[in-house]
Design a protein around this ligand. Structure first.
Ligand code: FES
Length: 319
């Protein structure tokens, strides 16, 4: 099923905050959707004028829901275009192509306790976690760090859910992350979702307190914005065929090759999941992902063609 596509219809669009839009999706043929577990995401193909985008969104609906899926889309100023398209052009009744649900952030079933920490809109994957734990009885706590006014936006999504606390930047309301992490019983798994800086802070704190790497799980809510104003075009040569393809300054390698009929398997298309990892045989990579380690990036032997680019005029790819 992975790799197959779905046709979805937009059943409803609702603005839940100035920058947040709730989208309800159903199967375009009126049938059942495939099952999706807590933490699952789908990738939507969003056709803008002259260009299409593939963006991944967490499903915030109840795990296993097959009648409709819900996603929450945030308009980011540095949007690659997909979220801007949803905010400005998508209409109820439109149909969209989507991937089958993927899951890179599922709760660990053997965990004794689940500690979730969200930065702002990073709450989205945890909405399905909470529904899962309500059914399974998993011991859990969710701490959401956001602006004070944002907590009301998510309140309707959390009605009836236990173990949720909001924190914001004011005396008496800030989350004491070191104290929270230090107080967890052995066997707790930590899940963090939000902007990169937020995740880095939580993970660094956890590691400094001795948390085991395999008890820490993270999902970035969008790769950090890169300044793309100076991006140049370059060329990519496919080693197996010798064919050379131009990569325009505002188009990713994945996107450019897809138009030429060369499909690289992707999932997040934001440089966080590792699905598109591709070996580089020649040329210098401009790494923009959060998947490879600093050492792997320095080795210049592989890259993420969904987001990374080239410093050299040509990259030769082992495809
Ligand atoms: Fe996820 Fe490229 S598709 S890193």
């Amino acid at each position: 099923m992975i790799g197959q596509t779905l046709r979805l219809k937009v059943a409803a669009l609702t603005d839940i905050a100035p920058s947040l839009r709730h989208v309800r999706l159903v199967a375009a043929d009126g049938g059942k959707l495939p099952p999706a577990a807590a933490g699952a995401h789908i990738q939507l193909v969003l056709a803008g004028p002259g260009r299409s985008f593939r963006n991944a969104y967490s499903l915030v609906s109840r795990p296993g829901a097959r009648d409709a899926w819900d996603i929450i889309v945030r308009r980011v100023p540095a949007s690659r275009g997909g979220s801007a398209y949803i905010r400005e052009a998508l209409q109820a009744g439109d149909t969209l192509e989507a991937s089958w649900p993927g899951n890179l952030f599922a709760p660990v079933r053997t965990a004794r306790r689940h500690l979730m920490i969200a930065g702002g809109i990073g709450i989205t994957p945890f909405l399905s976690y909470l529904a899962d734990f309500a059914m399974s009885g998993g011991e859990h706590a969710l701490h959401v760090c956001c602006r004070e006014e944002e907590k009301d936006v998510f309140a309707p999504w959390l009605a009836g859910r236990s173990g949720v606390a909001f924190h914001w930047d004011a005396d008496g309301h800030r989350l004491d992350i070191p104290a929270l992490l230090a107080a967890q019983p052995a066997g707790t798994h930590l899940y963090v979702c939000g902007p990169a800086g937020f995740i880095d802070h939580v993970v660094t704190t956890a590691k400094a307190l001795g948390w085991a790497q395999d008890h820490i799980h993270l999902e970035y809510f969008g790769a950090p914005a890169h300044d793309t104003s100076g991006d140049q075009g370059f060329e990519v040569r496919i080693a197996s065929t010798g064919k050379v393809y131009p990569i325009a300054p505002d188009v990713s390698v994945v996107e450019a090759l897809r138009k030429e009929g060369i499909d690289i398997l992707t999932s997040c298309e934001q440089g966080v999941c590792g699905t598109c990892l591709t070996r580089v045989l020649e040329g210098e990579v401009d790494h923009r992902d959060m998947y490879l380690t600093d050492e792997e990036k320095a080795a210049n032997e592989q890259f993420m063609p969904c987001c990374s680019r080239a410093r050299s005029k040509l990259l030769v790819l082992d495809l």
